[in-house]
Write a protein that binds this ligand. Structure first.
Ligand SMILES: [Zn+2]
Length: 437
């Protein structure tokens, strides 16, 4: 998952879990659901051992061999469940690739989405699984997102053991570049989008918001913008004159202040300048984001640049905000001009009725299993993630059904193993009920 969410601190997660796990007695609806719960319970040890194995294989996004090695570990697991596994070569988009597992079936077509890569490259000190105590295991990707993959495998395994897997068509897409998507993005996300077009329902295995009482019905987009200002340069003593005008620095200041004063305000719309630079010489780089500059106080800066992100909840908000930003950019100060360029990255996942329908099904499963109600995460706290590429192509989408923990993207990342039963039982029974619809 990408930055933008606020993970619960470990202490508050533990308190939440303590209150959560004993909310009400379990009441699986029928014998099949009871059987699923038993299979999940019986399979925990073996699946946690698999998680440890996966975590101990470094799969930083740019460690292409490591990501493929994780895929090699997972392939036989899916094949044993009757899935046909293919590996999408990532060379065309400069990444390791994706694992796609498909399994035909009678009912609705469910797409499960996760990722094999982590933010921890081989040179990072945080490399190994470490069992802190019976409940907590630390490790790179323990929750984000290898834990999610294991929850899906365990739920599918329970359905297979209960002879219920044929009631659904299932496609599993596990990306090898979620944390740092390949380029061109359209190529890197092509297979997921095609799989979503063929599916009815999309389920994300992220550990969103790390709170078992919530799931994700909406995610904000993650897009970019760059403002480039050009102005007249001269000796500084002539700034403000009719001939020289305001200079690039003031013009950029005006534009950023205009964004803050005139564009800011709508709920779920944020735009952050990650870099601003102005001087006589400006050497700007978009990837990795940087600028080298030099100048003199007695020279009016002819160049100014700002780069930032823009996050919205819907495509309409995105277009309207871009229009407002363009309007601000166009109102140039004397003897200056500016242009703004927008880049698409992760689209928004709007909070549709279909997504809320799937949440209510999941909430029903959770209550019946004795795990209490589930509500939607505030999209302000849900970063961008791959499900956003699928959400527009399916009837219902929901994310955050993976293993929970905390400290994602930090050397303190941990998985709370008590959520293994909660998340795996809920996913297994949800899939079973979807197979009966
Ligand atoms: Zn993730």
């Amino acid at each position: 998952m990408r930055p933008g969410f606020r993970p619960l601190a470990r202490a508050s997660l533990i308190i939440a879990l303590a209150a959560f796990t004993s909310s009400s007695p379990a009441a699986p609806r029928d014998a099949k659901e009871k059987a699923l719960v038993q299979h999940v319970t019986a399979g925990e040890k073996a699946h946690i051992e698999l998680l440890e194995q996966l975590v101990n294989v470094n799969s930083g996004t740019m460690n292409l061999a490591g990501v493929r090695q994780v895929g090699d570990l997972l392939r036989p697991r899916f094949e044993a469940l009757g899935f046909k596994v293919t590996w999408v070569d990532g060379t065309p988009f400069k990444r390791a690739g994706h694992l796609i597992a498909t399994r035909p079936g009678r009912g609705q077509h469910v797409l499960l989405i996760g990722h094999m890569d982590t933010v921890f490259e081989p040179n990072h000190p945080f490399q190994r699984w470490q069992r802190v105590d019976e409940n907590i295991a630390r490790g790179p990707g323990a929750a984000d997102d290898k834990g999610g993959i294991v929850v899906a495998l365990a739920a599918l395994d329970a359905l297979r053991q209960a002879k219920l897997l044929d009631s659904l068509q299932i496609t599993v897409v596990l990306h090898g570049d979620e944390e740092d998507s390949g380029a061109p993005l359209a190529l890197a996300r092509h297979d997921l989008i095609e799989a979503a077009k063929a599916a009815d329902i999309a389920i994300g295995l992220e550990n969103a918001a790390d709170n078992p009482k919530t799931a994700v019905t909406a995610r904000r987009s993650s897009t970019g913008w760059v403002v480039k200002v050009t102005a007249k340069s001269s000796h500084s003593s002539q700034i403000f004159s009719d001939n020289v005008g305001a200079g690039a620095a003031y013009e950029l200041g005006r534009i950023l202040n205009g964004f803050y004063q005139e564009v800011r305000g709508e709920e779920f719309v944020t735009f952050n300048p990650g870099l601003i630079a102005s001087s006589t010489q400006v050497d700007f780089k978009g990837q990795p984001l940087s600028a080298t500059l030099s100048g003199k106080n007695n020279i009016v800066a002819p160049t100014a640049i700002a780069s930032g992100d823009l996050r919205t909840l819907t495509v309409q908000q995105l277009e309207e905000t871009r229009a407002k930003m363009r309007k601000v950019v166009a109102a140039s100060l004397p003897q200056t001009s500016a242009e703004i360029e927008f880049t698409d990255n992760y689209p928004p996942m709007a909070p549709t009725e279909g997504n809320r329908k799937l949440l209510s099904l999941y909430d029903g499963v959770s209550k019946d299993l004795g795990f209490g109600p589930v509500t939607e995460v505030n999209p302000r706290n849900a970063g961008a993630a791959d499900i956003s590429f699928a959400a527009d192509h399916v009837d219902m989408a929901l994310d955050g059904l993976g293993l929970l923990g905390g400290g994602a993207h930090t050397p303190d990342e941990f998985a709370d193993l008590r959520t293994y039963q909660i998340q795996t039982q809920r996913l297994a029974v949800l899939l079973y009920r979807l197979g009966r619809r």
